[in-house]
Design a protein around this ligand. Sequence first.
Ligand code: PMV
Length: 346
Amino acid sequence: MIQSFAHLSPLPFETCWTSPANIAFVKYWGKKGHQLPANPSVSLTLKECVTTSKVTFLAGEKLSVELNLEGTRKDSFGIKIENYLRSLETMIPWVKNLKVKIDTSNTFPHGAGIASSASGLSAFALALTDYLYFMKPDSDPALFHRQASFLARLASGSACRSVYGGFVTWGMSHLEGSSDEYACPLEVHPELSHLLDSVVVVSDQEKKVSSREGHARLNEHFFAEARYAQAKNHFRKAIDALKAGDMEVVGSILEAEALSLHAMMMTSPDSFTLLKPNSLLLMDMVRTFREETKLPLYFTLDAGPNLHLIYPYSHRNKIETFINNELTPLSQRIITDSRGEGPQKC
Ligand code: PMV
């Protein structure tokens, strides 16, 4: 905990936060300790793909959570939040007397290749931080986002980066102020300050192996240490290139990271494959388009088969014509997003 919130008893409070998804350029894949990353990561916070959560906190006999997603009660998600809150009990002993109601909705469809855990859990962590600050009004306002990022990380690692807009880093690195415990915003070259992300949805089916399971499988991986060393090296190079405005280097790291992430999955002792044949076809088409046109279009992947195509706003006309004409037939749908400014209280 960044600040102490012990020795209080719950008061009623209601708040609402909208928080975005993010796409990692250097991936967090592999954990150490308690929800700490094995290597630093850097991501771009999106604009349109957001979760809005209205959260009510009340005093109760025991901890209970009711969660409604788009108006329908979702007990499986409610239990996840309840377990998460219970895990905070040593830091916030009075969570055991909280009755929490969450009404949440996403702007993007389920299974669209955009992880709702980052937007959803950062929205909840922001609401919780808002509540903690209400309960303890002398809390330092300058630490609000750091506190929210810390709490989001304990729910889902990548969620801690969604607390800030633009480019965001997380994990101990050469950068001043960096930490494994919370994320930090990163200033980049103005040339790269307006990137677009077109998500080419290859399959919207539920993935076979969860991120939690994927992180765990990496611990046993023969190449784990080599992967962490590669990610650290990519991180340094990506930061330098983002600051210098070098899209070519950023793009090459973006693709190498996506392929490494999936190579680790496919070569882990308990091997699994999330890529689909069309994912490979699309990667090939993006690379051929780039070679032929010299336009800066690059792909990345999350833990799923869907491609995130990253390109500068200044080249959107020609690139979007290519995406719409050539890639649409190989996809279920395409969602176009861009760099966002970060969460907002609604
Ligand atoms: O936050 P988690 O535990 O769902 O892990 C996210 C992992 C990746 O999305 C694959 C990479 C990342 O850094 O976002």
